[in-house]
Ligand binder design. Structure first.
Ligand SMILES: Cc1cc2nc3c(=O)[nH]c(=O)nc-3n(C[C@H](O)[C@H](O)[C@H](O)COP(=O)(O)OP(=O)(O)OC[C@H]3O[C@@H](n4cnc5c(N)ncnc54)[C@H](O)[C@@H]3O)c2cc1C
Length: 409
């Protein structure tokens, strides 16, 4: 139902963003700080999809330098932790002060074997000055029992709480963020006035939004949006994961990559720890375990995870833990050979800009790219947005709940 014939309320806005994950919300904050009026339309809840389910690691690139070379990915990402820290300190137009940091430190644990030690060594040389070897005497408490069994490196990375981040980004601009029903959207061709008009139906009536540019930042949802606006490209790729979660009270809080003995450049395990509302701590397990685990059913995947944790952290008591899996796709711009992209993906096509950040960490770089593209196209702040008019027709969007709260029976 498109509500094509019902009378509509009209608004104008420089930019319409589809998708309220980290990409859409970051772009909204950055464009707003430059004087653009912005309307963000979300189909479900903010961050629903990848962002709320991200491990929240703000990477400094070492993960991508494990072969000893400074790859494109490592170079693109290396400046990001410092940029994020400026945002967290309130010293950037995108103000993240108040956002919860789960761990100010992230570690890389290299098991005792030769190849894993070598990988860690090469990675740390490549990013010399950014990675510190941790003396055994200074091991964080949860790793004290592991002394003598491997090497520990402190990375420039840190970990943020994904719910808090999405909520902080949304909190500055709630009057610009609305939920809508994709089947009640009609995007009309540019009119005689040169603007695009979007007709958005809701139970409260219809809204017509006049806009200069439309940004598709809906993660995996970009594929359907591209189809809806009849754009043949760019193509999207998805890379599936089977993440594992376990939770119980008093799990030690660990934040680390474990570098294994295979030839893979992906950490054997990437572990983050998340506080749950009932006081439990959830361990969220990614890395090679989640990539290889896509071919396993849930009980096989949980058994593999349990075995891996017992091998890596034999001193941690996992008895009584609840376990769950989360199958989820990473959505990115398509690369030749479907390889992992090195950086953000951004393409302009007519009045549309199509964007995938590739990594949570790279959202500031994506927003910079969008701003540069708008400037290049001569799109300047020009239209005034009236939030009261939008709020009379559309409902506000709330932040999604994290999977460690929703995935356990
Ligand atoms: C398990 C996992 C762990 C990860 N961990 C990390 C990490 O630790 N560090 C890191 O840097 N990166 C990480 N990533 C990658 C990172 O999460 C993603 O790159 C990033 O979250 C993508 O953000 P997004 O806003 O593009 O997409 P999403 O977060 O998927 O958001 C898309 C939004 O668009 C909405 N939407 C969908 N369709 C429509 C539509 N038709 N109209 C309007 N809205 C729509 C969705 O409801 C959603 O709110 C991880 C990814 C996964 C899957």
């Amino acid at each position: 139902m498109t509500d094509t014939h019902s009378p509509a309320t009209e608004i104008s806005t420089d930019i319409v963003i589809f998708g309220g994950g980290i990409a859409g919300l970051w772009i909204l904050n950055q464009l707003h700080s430059q004087g653009y009026s912005v309307l963000l339309l979300e189909a479900e809840s903010l961050g629903n999809g990848q962002s709320i389910a991200s491990q929240g690691i703000i990477h400094g690139g070492l993960k991508y330098a494990l072969d000893g070379s400074l790859s494109g990915a490592a170079t693109a990402i290396a400046g990001m932790p410092a940029r994020w820290r400026r945002c967290l300190a309130g010293n950037d137009p995108v103000n993240l002060s108040g956002c919860r940091v789960l761990s100010d430190r992230y570690y890389m644990w290299s098991e005792g074997s030769f190849r894993s030690r070598l990988k860690a060594f090469l990675g740390s040389r490549t990013l010399r000055g950014k990675v510190d070897v941790v003396d055994e005497a200074d091991f964080p408490i949860p790793l004290r029992e592991a002394k003598g069994q491997g090497s520990l490196y402190e990375l420039p990375d840190f970990v943020i709480d994904t719910f808090s981040l999405l909520d902080t980004l949304a909190s500055h601009h709630r009057q610009c963020i609305y939920r809508y029903t994709p089947t009640r959207l009609e995007i009309q061709p540019a009119g005689a006035d040169g603007y695009r008009h979007l007709r958005i139906g809701s139970v409260n009536g219809s809204l017509v939004a006049k806009t200069q540019r439309i940004i598709l930042a809906a993660g995996e949802g970009n594929a359907a949006l591209l189809k809806q606006v009849e754009l043949a490209g760019p193509q999207m790729q998805t890379r599936p994961l089977n993440m594992v979660m376990l939770r119980k009270p008093n799990l030690p809080k660990l934040f680390l990559h474990c570098i294994g003995d295979s030839f893979s450049l992906t950490p054997r395990l990437t572990l983050t720890s998340h506080p749950c509302r009932n006081g439990d701590v959830a361990w969220y397990l990614g890395g090679e375990l989640a990539e290889i685990g896509t071919g396993r059913n849930d009980s096989e995947q949980i058994a593999s995870a349990r075995q891996l944790l017992q091998e890596l952290f034999p001193w941690v008591d996992l008895d009584g833990a609840s376990w769950a899996c989360l199958r989820i796709n990473r959505a990115e711009g398509r690369e030749p050979g479907r390889h992992r992209p090195d950086s953000v993906f951004l393409k302009a096509s007519g009045d549309f800009l199509i964007a995938w950040p590739t990594k949570f960490t790279l959202s500031p770089a994506l927003a910079d790219g969008i701003l540069a593209e708008l400037t290049k196209q001569g799109i300047l702040p020009a239209l005034q947005f009236d939030p009261a008019v939008a709020a009379a027709v559309l409902n506000s969007a709330t932040v999604a709940s994290p999977p460690w709260e929703t995935s356990f029976a």
